[in-house]
Design a protein around this ligand. Sequence first.
Ligand code: AMP
Length: 401
Amino acid sequence: MSIKYIDTVELKGKRVFLRVDFNVPLDPEGNITDDTRIESVLPTIKYCLDQGAVLTIASHLGRPKGKVDKKLSLAPVARRLGELLEKEVGFLNDCLGPEVERTVSGLKPGEVALLENLRFHPGEEKNDPDFARSLAKVAELYVNDAFAVSHRAHASVAAIIRFIDECAAGLLMKEELDCFDQAMENPQRPMVTVIGGAKISGKLETLKNILKKVDKLIIGGGMAFTFLKAQDYQVGKSLVEEDLLKRASEIIGLSREKQIRLYLPVDCVIADRFSPDAESKVVPAQEIPEEWMGMDTGPATNLLFSEVMADARTIIWNGPMGVFEMEAFSKGTRSMASCLADSPAFTVVGGGDTIAAVRQEGKSAQISYISTGGGAFLELLEGKELPGIKALKEKTKGESF
Ligand code: AMP
């Protein structure tokens, strides 16, 4: 059973409550420093307005912990949204209550208002049904276009669905789920997954689920050293999770059993300390001196990984190949970004650091799909069903009986 999307719903004259992710980065003066998150839901907003819906938009911003924090007001987002839409966007000082209900009921088809930060109320993060019921009062149709928040069972994503008769997902959600499905569930093969980042602990479930799907698995970043040590390599002071050595061996064994080709770094850029101006050199993965630590994949590894991906028809990438925040240790990650950008495969990238690395390299436009959801993307990779998606599916199922 799939979910219903807004392009199959009658919107004309309908009061729509649209949940989006406007959790944009702000500078200390409260200016928006990157409006990608606003841009990414413009297609849904424009579609609703063109179809003659009456639109009320809701989002969270930052972590105000259930209290009003004026520094985390969505007022600057309302202004920016108005500029992007070239249209007046009304801003409401709260997200519920009689005044909000009165203002929204005065809106006409094609008009739009943005509610104040949902997380100014503790009920949002608690998935409180009373809070959700109050939010629902302004709407006849609920639309979730906040993929990046759909892994959280929060009131505006989960509980609210019980209190609005008709529910659907937006166009960004459709794109996210379609691309993920194309990459992970119905991939063109060979399918290669590249996993990097600091630790295995955060990605164990991801690795286990991926082993059910991939043809080739590339492991880089800090987590590679636990895999190397599990094979008795000396890794010096590199990041190692001692308690996961056995799990790493199991993953290596499982990949052999399933005839999945697993690739680990064959050389590394090592440093004498964890610092941007540390002394560094390239060594084979077998020759990391005791007092040194692995900070990045080496040139032989970068070449090897590019050869592994040469015949790929699908590539999914999450997690940097090294400590890419430090220029001296960013080559592996940058090389990976270029490999994906130059590949004719269907390429999907997710996760904050990985996306930042692709942007830094100026390669975003050459990636088939960049997911807007960090945690949500990882949970999909883990094979989990996201609470927001599950709630929409159940609603769609209920409607079809
Ligand atoms: P994650 O959030 O697990 O994707 O990890 C991202 C972080 O992993 C980045 O901040 C990188 O600096 C870090 N990282 C990547 N490679 C290494 C490494 N070899 N040693 C330590 N940290 C690393």
